[in-house]
Design a protein around this ligand. Structure first.
Ligand code: CO8
Length: 260
């Protein structure tokens, strides 16, 4: 594939392995509409490109994988636009999850909100020691809206998922590994080596078997919960609490929620 993007870097350094790097370091790689559109485009192309057998997804710099959805854009959402934005993001993340070539997230820093949700839409996760995971949406008066309420319980179980979603607390890379949210933790210098080793270990196997194994493993998932997530995300976008939570972040102050 020959592709050029505004917010992504696309490379194929290892034969057969595409590397997609989200490249908005000045905003800690936050997912604005442009990034989401380009992620959709690149994964559509990866899906149809027979020369690509696997993909590594990461973020530019050593501070963030992705620090979430772009909070500036979230503040523009009302109930209807919130629901639509959630559905759009869910579809793009589903496209990533439905890729029948292994997608490994190299989580090299903050993976918060939509960033944690993006990592969860990948099939496997390697974290560097400085990675931080969290779903801080409730602190902004919202809930995860890119599939996080559905994928997190599937990955770590309902009790742990509820704890993380309801408290919004952050986990270190090691804590994330302890609950099964990441497959492996390595020092910052070895992130690439580890992720390439994992990819090699997969790609040396029968390509048809790898593809069908992925299909079989994901077959048990139910899809209706995603629709409920979007409805509720949209509802919250129309509330005073979301307006207050998002404004408070951008104005660098603590939110004063009223429950309306
Ligand atoms: N969106 C927009 N801008 C961001 C974001 C973000 N998520 N995160 C960081 N930035 C910006 C900052 O505003 C800042 O910009 P500027 O220099 O112009 O002020 C720049 O990136 C650097 O950030 P900080 O100065 O804050 O860096 P720190 O090292 O002090 O802090 C943190 C790093 C702790 C990661 C901090 O930036 C932070 O808390 N970020 C927000 C994290 C967050 O709450 N993420 C969740 C967002 S909500 C979400 O993802 C919902 C997903 C579902 C959406 C569904 C439908 C749309």
């Amino acid at each position: 594939m020959s592709a050029s993007f505004d917010t992504l870097l696309y490379e194929t350094n290892q034969p057969g392995v595409a590397t997609v790097t989200i490249n908005r370091p000045e905003k800690l790689n936050a997912l604005n509409d442009n990034v989401l559109n380009e992620l959709a485009e690149v994964f559509k192309q990866i899906n149809i490109d027979d020369t690509v057998r696997g993909c590594i997804l990461t973020g530019t710099g050593d501070k963030a994988f992705v620090a979430g959805a772009d909070i500036k854009e979230l503040r523009e959402l009302n109930e209807h636009r919130g629901r639509m934005a959630s559905q759009k993001g869910q579809q793009i993340f589903q496209l990533i999850e439905d890729t029948r070539k292994p997608v490994i997230a190299l989580v090299n820093g903050y993976a918060l909100g939509g960033g944690a949700e993006l990592a969860m839409a990948c099939h496997l996760r390697v974290a560097t020691e400085n990675a931080v995971f969290g779903l801080p949406e409730v602190g902004l008066g919202l809930i995860p809206g890119y599939g996080g309420t559905q994928r997190l319980p599937r990955i770590v179980g309902r009790a742990k998922a509820l704890e993380l979603i309801l408290t919004g607390k952050q986990l270190s890379a090691e804590q994330a590994q302890q609950i099964g949210l990441v497959n492996r933790v390595v020092s910052q210098d070895y992130g690439w080596e580890e992720v390439e080793k994992m990819m090699d270990a997969i790609l040396k196997n029968g390509p048809l078997a790898v593809k069908q194994a992925m299909r079989a493993v994901y077959h048990s998932d139910h899809k209706s919960g995603f629709q409920i997530e979007s409805e509720l995300f949209g509802y919250l976008c129309g509330t005073d609490d979301a307006e207050e939570g998002l404004s408070a972040f951008l104005e660098k102050r603590k939110p004063n929620f009223k429950g309306i």
